[in-house]
Design a protein around this ligand. Structure first.
Ligand code: FE2
Length: 291
């Protein structure tokens, strides 16, 4: 299928269901370049600064300045299941223990920046009518075998709200993502529902205080409403900021690495100053069309 047909199919699915897939979006050398760079970051960079290591988890993030200040840095977050919580020693090699590298790879790392600003990414945003797609965060999420945790049902706009809501994520598979290793699952059409709750700054500033809070308890969804969306290595999933989605923990033997980034249309929407992620010391918000 030619690219124009793929993009129009993507737009149609995105508008109807709140998500869409383009198969073979990445060439295999692009996947390998990102995988190599992630491994290099882990082996060469992650241990350079002990302050750049933290366990990933909602309860920890909410009280942690490290998390709050990671918006304009490349930081390393470990899976809870991979760390002995008594001694804080890793139970597995580092490469198998990480939950994610985040949140400014798109701006600060040349390999990830190149993919994020590539022509095909620009084409995706043009296809959904964005006039100034602006990346606010990026992550490599590892979901490694046995330790890779679940992502409970959520709308991405809870974390990255804009007014009006014009937010979307691009999710790039660096491994095959299957029902066994925790592929994405969506409630089709839920992007037409309102935003259920927000994850916002409290105004507190001291480490250990409640720096973030939820504006409402989690909403309950029916398991049977979710549709699993398995994809192959190199495929791309476009995710509407309001669509309800989740992914299960990885109980398989196979990793499920992905690279993802989130953008809003800064020509037509204002980024909320209550969001957890704000411009910190460096402005790492990246205007895709200008790069
Ligand atoms: Fe998400």
């Amino acid at each position: 299928m030619d690219i124009e047909n793929q993009l129009s199919g993507l737009r149609q699915s995105y508008e109807e269901k709140g998500y869409g897939v383009i198969k073979n979006f990445l060439a295999s050398d692009e996947v390998e370049r990102m995988r190599r760079e992630a491994r290099r970051l882990i082996s060469e960079e992650s241990r350079k600064d002990a302050n750049k290591l933290q366990i990933f988890g909602n309860e920890i993030n909410m009280k942690s300045k490290y998390f709050l200040n990671s918006s304009d840095k490349i930081c390393y977050f470990f899976e809870k299941n991979a760390v002995d919580l008594q001694t804080l020693e890793l139970k597995l090699p580092e490469e198998s223990s990480l939950a994610k590298i985040a949140h400014a790879l798109h701006s600060l790392n040349p390999i990830f920046r190149e993919i994020t600003t590539s022509q095909k990414v620009k084409d995706v945003y043009r296809a959904i009518g964005y006039d100034d797609p602006t990346v606010v965060q990026s992550m490599v999420i590892f979901k490694n075998p046995k330790v890779g945790g679940a992502y409970t049902p959520h709308q991405d706009a809870s974390f990255l709200c804009t007014e009006p809501l014009v937010l979307s994520g691009i999710w790039l598979a660096l491994d095959d993502a299957t029902p066994e290793n925790g592929c994405l699952e969506f409630i089709p059409g839920s992007h037409k529902w309102p935003l259920a709750r927000r994850y916002v700054r409290t105004g507190n500033t001291q480490d250990g205080e409640n720096l973030l809070e939820w504006t409402a308890p989690p909403k309950e969804y029916q398991d049977s409403d979710f549709v699993k969306v398995p994809v192959k290595k190199g495929d791309m999933v476009l995710i509407h900021g309001l669509v309800v989605h989740r992914s299960a923990e990885n109980k398989s033997e196979k990793p499920r690495w992905i690279y993802t980034f989130h953008s809003y249309d800064s020509k037509h929407a204002v980024y909320s100053d209550k969001n957890w992620l704000q411009i910190n010391e460096n402005d790492t918000f990246l205007h895709i069309y200008d790069n």
